[in-house]
Design a protein. Structure first.
Length: 291
């Protein structure tokens, strides 16, 4: 990793993280445990996995890093906790494709928030991409109202806002390590779920699905996604989540034959294409400048 540029390090971390995340929606669909039981395990298993890993690496410095993260750490704990809950509840109340299309808007939301809070104004290309993206979302929302999936879609969009706020927070706290804050966020998620959980029992296939999902699709990626924005801009990290928007519904369709509506496919295709073209042009410009 030492002989890689910051751009390469950040891109590699984000890519690996998203590859681990892609089967996540499928695992949520395949599990039989109730929503809050699922939220609890998705909080507590990654919390212990990463917490013990962090203690081995940082020893008691873990707590020092946590406290010096200051208000950035508090914002990150809050957004991280909210997105972890809204994502699961969204997947269970709408098509997987709808949730992931909503999450695909995170790069554009990051660009808007970056302009407001980091004084990184979006260029003309980004502004055009933001407008196209949001017209596509409105198109999908209208379809969801007809299908009765509106609640799940709104939660998917809240997840995207949370991801954007989190990414911009990491970007504005470049020198700080926010992984400990994310670990505390996981503990908060599990604690919140305790108030609503109906059963802790994991039976039959859930005994394999839930722990596997929590480690592979949650614990490993969340460490990588928290580190990546220290090397590349927040909006760029979120661009890798476009892969999840494409591959995630594919897993679900192949295994359980859940098909998204035509409107979701159309709107999603426009969003993914817009953001992919936008990122390609941005990366091309930055590599031209560096040469």
């Amino acid at each position: 990793m030492n002989n890689l540029t910051d751009q390469q390090k950040g891109s590699l971390l984000a890519f690996v993280a998203v590859m681990f995340i892609t089967p996540d929606s499928l695992f949520i669909r395949l599990s039989n445990i109730d929503t809050w039981g699922l939220v609890f395990y998705r909080g507590i298993i990654p919390f212990f996995t990463v917490f013990f890993g962090m203690l081995l690496i940082y020893k008691l410095d873990f707590f020092k890093i946590l406290f010096i993260s200051g208000y950035h750490g508090i914002i990150y704990v809050a957004t991280f906790s909210i997105t972890n809950i809204t994502f699961v509840v969204s997947i269970q109340n709408t098509n997987v494709a709808n949730t992931l299309v909503m999450i695909a808007t995170a790069p554009m939301l990051s660009a808007i928030l970056g302009a407001i809070f980091l004084k990184e104004p979006p260029d003309k290309k980004t502004l055009i991409s933001i407008i196209i993206t949001f017209i596509s979302i409105i198109y999908i929302f209208f379809d969801s109202i007809k299908l009765g999936n509106f609640y799940g879609d709104i939660l998917g969009f809240i997840t995207a806002i949370g991801l954007a706020v989190g990414a911009v927070t990491i970007r504005s706290a470049k020198s700080k390590n926010l992984v400990p804050a994310a670990v505390i966020g996981k503990l908060l998620v599990a604690t919140f779920a305790l108030f609503f959980i109906e059963s802790f029992a994991l039976i039959e296939k859930d005994l394999i699905i839930v722990p596997l999902m929590c480690i592979l699709c949650v614990a490993i990626p969340f460490v990588l996604v928290t580190i990546a924005p220290r090397f590349i801009p927040a909006a760029e990290v979120n661009l890798f989540f476009l892969l999840e928007t494409i591959i995630g519904p594919l897993w679900v369709w192949l295994v359980i034959k859940e098909q998204p509506s035509m409107e979701t496919l159309q709107g999603g295709a426009v969003i993914v294409a817009t953001i992919a073209i936008h990122s390609f042009l941005k990366l091309k410009n930055s590599s031209t400048r560096h040469n």
